[in-house]
Design a protein around this ligand. Structure first.
Ligand code: NAP
Length: 344
C-alpha cells in the first residue's frame, strides 16, 4: 500500500518519521498538471487570480496501491475529487485545512475516512480574530487610512472592556477567542451546535441556537468562527443583521458562506452596523470589481487568519498527520475525524 502526498511534504525527515510510525508502505507524490493554454493566457492577462494548478492522477498501475491521500494547498476541490475518484482502494484522506467542506464534498458518498487539521491550527486564527476585535474597538483601520492620507480627522473611539461579545462556534477557534475576549474584560456569550458539550472557559453564558436571534440586540460584537455547512450557510442574513444592536460590529474568521454579503453591505451603508471585519468572503480571491472593497465600514483581510511564520503550519500539519498515521497503522481510531453527517 502507498500514500500519496504533495512533493514538498516528502522530505527525508518525513520518511523517517513515517517509518517510525510503523508505515511500511510506499510513497507517491502528486504531480502538478501543466495549466491549459486558456488558463495560461488568463493568468498572463491577470484574469485568473487563483494561481491553483491542477494535479495529475497517478498512473493506473500505481493508483490501486494508494490507501492514504494527503490534501494540502494548492490542491483544489476539483483536483482532489478527480484524483480521489481514480483511487479505488483509498481508505483515508487527511486534509491539512481546518475547514473541511472542500474535501468532504470531493469524497462524498465514498467509504473513506476524512481527518482535518487539529486544534494546533487554531492558534493563528485565534490571534487574528483577537487582533480584529482590538482593531475594530480602537478604530485602527480608520486611523491608518486617515494618517496614510496625512489627514488629522480623528475617528470615533469605542471601548472594548465592558462590552458584550457573542461568539458563534465554540470549537478550537471560537473557544480560544472567547478566552482572550474574556481576559480583555468583555462579557462573553457563546453559541454552539451541541450545547450539551457545555460552555468552554471564558464563555459566561451559553445561548441555545433557538434563542440566538432574540439575543443579538444585547451584543456589541458578533464573532463568527463557524464551519461551512448546510446549517450555517446564509445564517447572517438581513433579518440577523437587523436584529443586531445599532453600531455593533461583525467579525468573521470562519467561512464566507455564513454571511449574506449584500445584506451586510446594505446594513453598513444604512449606518445600522458600526463596522465589519471579514477574513473570509464567499468568493476568494475577492474579484477586483467586488463592491465589498468599497463598502463603508467594511475591512477585509485576505483569508490569512491561519498564517504564521513560513512553513510553520505545514510542520504542525505533518506532526498531526504522523500521530494519526501511527494510529492508522495500528488499526486504532483516528483523531480529528470529520463527521460526515455534521459536516465538520
Ligand atoms: N480564516 C482562516 O484562515 C481559517 C482558519 C482555520 C479555520 N477556519 C474556519 O473556521 C471554522 C472553525 O474552525 P475550528 O477549528 O474552530 O472548528 P471546530 O473546532 O470544528 O469548531 C466548529 C464550531 O462550530 C460549531 N457549530 C457548527 N455548526 C454550528 C451551527 N449550525 N450553529 C452553531 N454552532 C455551530 C460547533 O459546535 P459544537 O462544538 O457544539 O459541535 C463548534 O463549536 C473551520 O470550519 C474553518 O472553516 C478559517
Amino acid at each position: 500500500m502507498d500514500m500519496l502526498l504533495p512533493r514538498r511534504f516528502l522530505t527525508d525527515d518525513f520518511r523517517t518519521a513515517a517509518r517510525a510510525a510503523g508505515w511500511e508502505g510506499g510513497f507517491q507524490t502528486l504531480t502538478p498538471a501543466r495549466p491549459g493554454r486558456l488558463t495560461r493566457i488568463r493568468r498572463r492577462l491577470g484574469l485568473d487570480r487563483t494561481g491553483h494548478p491542477g494535479f495529475m492522477s497517478p498512473a493506473p498501475e500505481d493508483s490501486d496501491r494508494v490507501r492514504v491521500l494527503m490534501h494540502a494547498w494548492p490542491m483544489t476541490e476539483e483536483s482532489l475529487a478527480q484524483i480521489a475518484s481514480s483511487l479505488p482502494n483509498l481508505s483515508w484522506v487527511h486534509t491539512t485545512y481546518a475547514g473541511v467542506e472542500m474535501a468532504a464534498r470531493a469524497i462524498a458518498g465514498r467509504d473513506v475516512l476524512l481527518t482535518r487539521a487539529g486544534p494546533g491550527s487554531a492558534e493563528m486564527p485565534i490571534e487574528h480574530a483577537t487582533a480584529m476585535l482590538l482593531a475594530m474597538a480602537r478604530s485602527l483601520p480608520e486611523h491608518f487610512v486617515a494618517t496614510s492620507r496625512r489627514d488629522w480627522a480623528v475617528p470615533p473611539a469605542r471601548r472594548l472592556g465592558g462590552s458584550t461579545v457573542l461568539v458563534l462556534g465554540l470549537g478550537a477557534i471560537g473557544s480560544g477567542f472567547a478566552r482572550n475576549a474574556s481576559a480583555l474584560g468583555c462579557s462573553v456569550l457563546g453559541v454552539r451546535r451541541r450545547p450539551d458539550l457545555g460552555a468552554p472557559d471564558g464563555v459566561d453564558q451559553l445561548i441555545e441556537l433557538a434563542e440566538l436571534r432574540s439575543r443579538l440586540g444585547e451584543c456589541d460584537y458578533v464573532v463568527l468562527a463557524l464551519p461551512a455547512t448546510d446549517e450555517t450557510r446564509d445564517l447572517v442574513d438581513a433579518d440577523f443583521l437587523a436584529r443586531m444592536k445599532p453600531g455593533a460590529v461583525l467579525l468573521n474568521v470562519g467561512r464566507g458562506e455564513t454571511v449574506v454579503e449584500e445584506a451586510l453591505a446594505e446594513s453598513l451603508r444604512a449606518g445600522h452596523l458600526g463596522g465589519a471585519c471579514l477574513d473570509v468572503t464567499r468568493q476568494e480571491p475577492l474579484p477586483e470589481n467586488s463592491p465589498l472593497y468599497a463598502c463603508p465600514g467594511l475591512w477585509l483581510t485576505h483569508h490569512t487568519a491561519y498564517r504564521s511564520a513560513p512553513g510553520r503550519q505545514e510542520v504542525a500539519s505533518q506532526e498531526e498527520f504522523l500521530v494519526n498515521l501511527e494510529r492508522f497503522v495500528a488499526g486504532e481510531s483516528l483523531l480529528h475525524l470529520v463527521d460526515p453527517t455534521r459536516g465538520y
